[in-house]
Ligand binder design. Sequence first.
Ligand code: PMP
Ligand code: GLN
Length: 392
Amino acid sequence: MKPLNPDFASLGTTIFTTMSALAVEHGAINLGQGFPDEDGPADIIAKAADALSTGPNQYPPMAGLPALRQAVAAHDRRFYGLDYDWQDEILVTSGATEALAACLMALLAPGDEVVLFEPLYDSYLPIIRQCGATPRIVRLEAPGWDIPESSLAEAFSPATKLVLINSPMNPTGKLFAAGAIEVIARHARAHDAYLVCDEVYEHLVFDGRRHQPIAALPEMRARTLRIGSAGKSFSLTGWKVGYVSGPRELVSAVARVHQFLTFTTPPGLQAAVAYALAKDDGYYSGLAASLEAKRDRLAAGLRQVGFTVLPAEGTYFLTALTDGIGPALDSDVDYARWLTTEAGVAVIPCSAFYAGDNPPRNMIRFCFCKKNEVLDAAIARLAAALGSGPSP
Ligand code: PMP
Ligand code: GLN
């Protein structure tokens, strides 16, 4: 038999699926894979149900329902002052995962280089490699996860085609501040590089901070594709409705890929997301406030158990260091498996977000978008297994 595609055949199953399966097998509380355990607003779900009943249920327009493209354009204007024409500068995709693949495939050709930051989300590298492009990875270090200017400058070359950046960032919870994104923008301009911005956690930002898209910086709109996800903004991760905003020259190239990846996204879900995006400011600030409280609740519990918890400015995730707590195991993968099978709490080993040599072996990721009682039960289990915990 001839060999299969080497970029994909060599991969294992994603760490999120693996740890969720282990959690089910061992009856563990799943703080691994990032999904809320309560669905988003009932009125959004009712809109989808209505749309499914009344139809149409046939192929919607390839670029997305006009109502949803108009809603994404209105959202980008309302939150960021970004002006996109809904008719040809917005594209609806089947989740941010498809948007990422379509953006990378639209822009990259063999020999191109991509600057990106480690730790990195697991779907990026297989697609970059499949395009024949070379990743140039800039490693960020805990606890600040700041971008080291000298390694950033070294990562750029005349072959740099694009920069891929995720802010707020999974798994670190880092929100890149104005100064950092200006530096990236300056390098991108100097090297005539595009930007693909994975902004799926744009509304999950805490402590009064605001997410600022690179596309809103001077001269950056023309070279930037911005990706959002209804799954994250409305706590409906299974819906897989994503969107790309950008200048028409780029968005039309992304649409050429999209038409052969998925072509369209279920119209009933699109109609409901169009409705959802117009929710008032109270919805968006309430979502962030509720997640901020959950972050604080889990962080306090983990600290009481004895973990060193790193700061998280956004996302669904907290990272913690395992040094000096629990069994001395060789790796974070063993540690995460041990927590799942012996303590009954599933987590994600952070080395899964590293491609280079020597990933940290002492860091695990906890997902906090869970009911308070679930977070509390997880802390109680950890305390029982690790021998410390909340005082009576
Ligand atoms: N990017 C990042 C950083 C993510 O954490 C996720 C989570 N699923 C995605 C993209 C994919 O989003 P979607 O579920 O909309 O495909
Ligand atoms: N983005 C989610 C996470 O980081 C997982 C999505 C998936 O399972 N592919 O946990």
